[in-house]
Ligand binder design. Structure first.
Ligand SMILES: [Zn+2]
Length: 342
């Protein structure tokens, strides 16, 4: 066996010597290919920088993470949207160049959207039937949040039906295990993210480590056993963090990459130094009135539109973090390898 291998190597070496007579030595060829590759890389880098500058990419800019609750005809509080309002909310986003991504994609820095577009994260809390109800053949009922989202997505190519559902034991109103599995299974199969919203929706502030872990672990185990999904993000009930922020991130049955709050600003990009995975702000969806004059969705979407230098704009390449050079101090160190300043 060993001899045969040596024999093979000898033959190869002889062939190389023979062909060496009328062609360049192998080392020179290798150097050429290397130089070619380096030149190609420089050219593609230059093209990337040019495109990033053209679309004014700003991947250190802010991302609106919108917080929805129920979508119902007769809103019980300012947390709810009517189906008409919800449709208009989505239409505005599509019109203004936003592309939905999930919360999990955001915290992982996997923001894979076309050049010049802006990411938006649509989140739905409390797993209510108004968000997801399926008919007898598994099709979303009219005017549920998912039905409206799918409808708007079908009318706007480039605005995919992507969202994150923060689930409690309420499980879209289903109490039978098989029915709960149907709901979570449908979300999973249709590319929606299932996130953790604690089992009983209790305020975690001031609770013991054991209570916090139990609230998050039990629902995580239930989601896993129903759908095989291990949530990577959590929305904290009432936006309240436990005494130790890390308790919401890692525990007996969960490992989160991000914990979301309930207010009141757009979120920093995951590549920015300002990004804090234990407390990512969200924005309530509401017109500019009353308590929402300044700190809800209409006001913030206006602000982001009027302050493009503050808004996240993609360069279309998920592998780079493109931004105007003078923003360099804001780049998180762990992403410096992917940085594409222009
Ligand atoms: Zn909630």
């Amino acid at each position: 066996m060993r001899l045969r291998i040596f024999g093979g190597v000898g033959l190869l070496a002889a062939a190389a010597l023979l062909s060496g007579c009328d062609s360049q030595p192998t080392t020179v060829k290798m150097a050429d290919t290397k130089a070619d590759a380096a030149a190609k890389l420089r050219a593609s880098q230059a093209a990337k920088v040019k495109l990033a500058a053209q679309v004014k990419a700003n991947e250190l800019g802010q991302i609106p993470v919108l917080m929805f609750h129920r979508v119902i005809d007769k809103p019980g509080s300012t947390d709810d949207r009517t189906p008409q309002q919800f449709r208009a909310d989505l239409e505005r986003l599509a019109r203004e160049g936003y592309v939905p991504i999930t919360a999990a994609e955001m915290v992982a820095g996997k923001i894979d959207i076309p050049a010049g577009k802006h990411p938006v994260v649509l989140t739905f809390d409390d797993s209510s039937p108004s968000q997801l109800t399926l008919n007898e053949v598994g099709v979303p009922a009219p005017n549920t949040a998912v039905a409206i989202l799918k409808d708007v997505a079908a009318k706007h190519p480039g605005f995919p039906a992507k969202a994150t559902f923060y689930v409690t034991r309420d499980m879209f109103g289903k109490t039978v295990r098989e029915e709960q599995a149907q709901m979570l299974g449908w979300l999973k199969e249709n590319g929606f993210e299932i996130g953790n919203h604690t089992r009983d929706h209790i305020n975690l502030r001031g609770r013991s480590h054991k209570e916090v872990d139990e609230q998050i672990s039990t629902i995580a185990q239930q989601i896993d056993s129903l759908s095989g999904v291990h949530p990577t993000t959590i929305a904290l009930p009432y936006g309240n963090q436990p005494s130790n922020k890390e308790w919401a991130m890692h525990g007996k049955a969960y490992n989160h990459q991000g914990a979301f709050l309930a207010g009141y600003t757009p979120a920093p990009a995951p590549f920015s130094k300002a990004f804090e995975p234990q407390g990512i702000p969200r924005i309530k969806v509401m017109e500019k009135k009353g308590d929402c004059k300044q700190f809800c969705s209409e006001a913030w979407l206006d602000w982001l539109k009027n302050n493009p230098d503050m808004r996240y704009t993609s360069d279309g390449d998920v592998r780079t973090v493109a931004y105007p050079k003078f923003k360099n101090p804001y780049l998180r160190k762990s992403f410096s390898k992917w940085g594409l300043p222009y």
